[in-house]
Design a protein around this ligand. Sequence first.
Ligand code: KIV
Length: 287
Amino acid sequence: MPKTNSTLSEVTIPLLLDKKQKGEKITALTAYDYPTAKIVDLAGIDLILVGDSLGMVVLGYPNTIPVTMDEMIHHTRAVTRGAVRALVVGDMPYFSFHLSEEEAVRNASRFLKEAGAKAVKIEGATRKRLKLIRTLVEAEIPVMGHVGLTPQSLYHLGRFKVQGKENREARKIVKDAENLQKAGAFAVVLECIPLELARVITERLEVPTIGIGAGPHCDGQILVFHDLAGYSNGYLPKFVKRYAQLHDQMREAVRQYIQDVSVGEFPDDGHSYHLGGGVDLDEIKNG
Ligand code: KIV
């Protein structure tokens, strides 16, 4: 019988490091609202990322670029109300950490102070980004790094595709991951890179790697909840495994409801209330 969150202790950053040392896999999923956070937390997930994928998955934007800090804080607050055990990480959206270090630190601190997250995630590993991560870590804000496919660089990349298939790019991704560790990141997300490369990085780093489309050798795995649960019904990348078909089930439920209401089968007596015993209905009708 798998352990649920009532039998497991609260997830902390040292616990994640400990899992890597012991060779135990780290489990992670995204969540963007209270009921989903409750579901994944009760199931026993280690880490919940309130990803900026929020923009595409929940808010209907074409990509993650339009997502704002206020939207991220609003959804992270809902998630931390639902998650009692998992480590909740807030994703720094595009342009929340680009203008100045001061603004970036202020925005990152909002995730902890206003939304109850325990850490933030930042995409990329440029020299300026590494310096920022050092500053955040010094300000007691734990940071999860993110290399490989970084969706906020969409306009640079042209389209979402596997990164690091060629020699030069592969070496750069390894270096970026190492630099993130040196800068103080407590974990590094590896997105959409060849599994051989993810293995090299995972073996080199002391901090855990969390893979998405990066093969089985990472220290942990993360997926977008809506992809895993079949809640969304659009394009599905090769690396996603669907564990349910919520979109189809929910649509069918709504279709049945429409049918029942249309033919007068809902609500029936079992879903309705009656007046109290001593009430004179005629008096009400005539009064
Ligand atoms: O925003 C997100 O959901 C992410 C994960 C895909 C890692 O960054």
